[in-house]
Design a protein around this ligand. Structure first.
Ligand SMILES: [Zn+2]
Length: 640
């Protein structure tokens, strides 16, 4: 877990020798020759990658590291368990290595006299089932998401931005690929990439597949933009003309929002498969977006995840170019500090939702429903009574992998959704108090814009955020964030919704966005009425402390069997909640708790309840203003 990484050789006479060996590698990688990395992915349909590395080196001790802290994952997630077959050779002989007993990601070895290079071969076992993030499932018989960090080692003591790698890749016959990595040479199924820094290599995944499609999204001016799609079937590549237009609009809208681009070209990598981990991971010049196979051809799935590409693209400015100082680490072993994730992820999430509407991927109503669900969920979760939003950022590396059970008492990675509310409030406040002369867009242009050019990292602190906000519109921003981020609050920050001319209310009809989410994620959400959520098999996911279900004795991980004596289904449960409104008898839930059965009598009579935003006609509709496209030619396209 995070902490100082100690080498057993530290403060010993070996130190000097390591220093010499490392300097040699740096000098050599600096300009004599880059480290060679050959990846053979021809067996990826069988869930295995083969790799060979060649390090220029000299006799002496050396430590090689496997990347542990992956940018964008905010956690020490490097999939070290699946690194296998590690063998080393130098001067024609096998070189024994030992793993550092205190750091599972470090391998120590000694190069013999006469050695001028070190050869390393290794395999990576691609996980067969969906897991978490880039270490989750990433290969199917039809496609592969290659994250270079899975198949490489780097010399300890080198900076990721300095050490150079020349990578090459062999793919299964007939496969095509997309990546932001510059290509030096290409033949039938082999590609050689131009040498780049380790930082750029790990920041430039490759998407490859048998069913592949490239879509050019380049706007009328500026760098090239591409959408590369790999899917488990040819049918899933069917991109509707309006979606293609909306993705092009997204590119135009980001240009108008930030006023500059910090990349040479931009590549959306879109993986469509039901057999890979589903998530998005940001990079400077690309984004790794993994969704279900039917994302492009099923209207509900498209709507459910329409904000993913806008979110990940926003990160190119907010997260990659401007990066919290605690996340701008010099290599992949130094622990990252997540304290400003409410800016890195929170502001990105807000802008991602806004851009989804401005680009036409969502309607205003899709946005309002999403915001209402987030606001109501955050507002009712009791975990906010004991931990601040700031604590969820500090503990992000734990919360990303936490179970669903107990989430309302534990709190989750709330800096995304609560970030939406806080940045909406900042946006509404600036608009309101400046009589519409200033907006959060002006802040984005100042903070994330600057001069267009190739990727660079400009770290920031909370002070920098406050300074630029004050330049945008003078206000007590320190106190604004102190109250919302750094203090515990029994209620969610709903001020932005209210300042924007809306209020959080409830309805008895399931909102479309919740219906879509329930069907895609296979769960039933009665958290706003009974106070529980269930998986499709009846297992209770979470019970909100203090809710009617909690008072009746229900608990997470129990399994619902019957409702009022009848075998449960989502429909029967919802019908019982509805019927109880006009009855005084409790709703009886028969639940199984580890082989024991118990009946929970839920004394609840308020009917079905789902959140919605209701218009406050006494105030101007700032939400509608916020969601208007910035690109003049596109105005009027998104409103519905
Ligand atoms: Zn993100």
């Amino acid at each position: 877990m995070p902490g100082a990484i100690k080498s057993p050789f530290a403060a010993t006479p070996y130190l000097q020798a390591i220093g010499v060996a490392l300097l040699t590698v740096v000098a050599a990688s600096g300009q004599a020759a880059p480290i060679k990395l050959e990846v053979d992915a021809s067996d990826s349909p069988r869930k295995i990658l083969h790799a060979r590395l060649q390090f220029p080196a000299q006799p002496g001790r050396l430590t090689l590291l496997y990347p542990k802290w992956l940018p964008g994952e905010h956690a020490p997630n490097g999939p070290i368990t699946d690194l296998v077959g590690l063998k080393m050779r130098a001067a024609g002989k096998p070189i024994p290595w030992t793993r550092d007993p205190e750091d599972m990601f470090a391998f120590d070895l000694e190069l013999p006299a006469g050695a001028t290079a070190l050869e390393v071969s290794l395999d990576f076992l691609l996980p067969p089932s969906a897991g978490d993030f880039s270490s989750g499932a990433s290969a199917t018989p039809q496609l592969l998401d290659l994250s270079w960090n899975e198949v490489l080692l780097y010399p300890k003591g080198t900076k990721s931005s300095e050490v150079q790698y020349a990578a090459s890749l062999r793919l299964p016959d007939g496969w095509k690929f997309g990546t932001s990595l510059p290509i030096a040479k290409q033949s039938a199924n082999e590609v050689e990439f131009s040498p780049v820094s380790l930082e750029t290599l790990v920041d430039s995944p490759v998407l490859a597949g048998a069913h592949f499609r490239d879509v050019d999204l380049t706007p009328s001016s500026g760098p090239p933009h591409f959408l590369h799609i790999a899917a488990d079937s040819a049918a899933a590549l069917e991109l509707k003309p309006e979606d293609s237009r909306n993705f092009s609009r997204l590119v135009a809208e980001t240009g108008a929002l930030f006023g500059a681009r910090h990349y040479r070209s931009y590549h959306f990598l879109l993986t469509l498969s039901d057999h890979v981990a589903h998530f998005g991971l940001e990079h400077h010049e690309s984004s790794d977006n993994r969704l279900g196979e039917k994302f492009l051809i099923d209207e509900d799935l498209r709507k459910k995840s329409a904000d993913l590409l806008p979110h990940e693209m926003t990160h190119s400015w907010n997260g990659k170019y401007r990066r919290p100082a605690g996340l701008a680490t010099p290599d992949f072993q130094q622990p990252m500090k997540g304290d400003l994730l409410w800016v890195y992820e929170g502001l990105t999430d807000y802008l991602g939702l806004v851009l989804a509407v401005r680009s036409g991927l969502w309607t205003n109503e899709n946005f309002r429903q999403t915001l209402a669900l987030e606001a109501a969920r955050l507002d009712q979760q009791p975990g906010r009574s004991w931990r601040s939003l700031a604590d969820t950022t500090a503990a992000a590396q734990l919360l990303y992998l936490a179970r669903d059970e107990g989430a309302s008492w534990r709190r989750s990675t709330d800096f995304y959704e609560e970030g939406d509310l806080i940045w909406l409030e900042a946006d509404a406040l600036i608009r309101q108090q400046s009589q519409g002369k200033r907006t959060l867009d002006d802040f984005c242009k100042k903070f994330h814009g600057g001069k267009s050019g190739p990727p660079q990292v400009v770290p920031y602190t909370l002070e920098d955020i406050i300074t630029t906000l004050n330049e945008t519109f003078p206000y007590d921003w320190r106190q604004f964030f102190q109250a919302r981020v750094y203090s515990t609050n029994p209620r969610a920050p709903l001020g932005g919704i209210e300042a924007a001319g809306w209020r959080l209310g409830f309805t008895n009809a399931i909102p479309e966005m919740l219906k879509i989410a329930e069907s895609a994620r296979k769960f039933v959400d009665l958290s706003f009425s009974l106070g529980l959520t269930l998986k499709e098999d009846g297992v209770i996911q979470d019970v909100i402390p203090g809710s009617p279900a909690d008072k009746a004795g229900a608990g997470a991980a129990m399994k619902l069997v019957a409702v009022n004596g009848r075998r449960w289904t989502a429909e029967i449960l919802r019908a019982a909640v509805k019927a109880a409104k006009t009855k005084s008898a409790p709703i009886e839930l028969l639940v199984e708790n580890e082989e024991y059965f118990v009946t929970c009598k839920v004394d609840y009579h308020d009917g079905e309840k789902y959140p919605q935003l209701e218009r406050d006609a006494s105030k101007p509709d700032l939400l509608a203003e916020i969601l208007k496209p910035l690109t003049p030619a596109l105005r009027g396209n998104a409103e519905k």
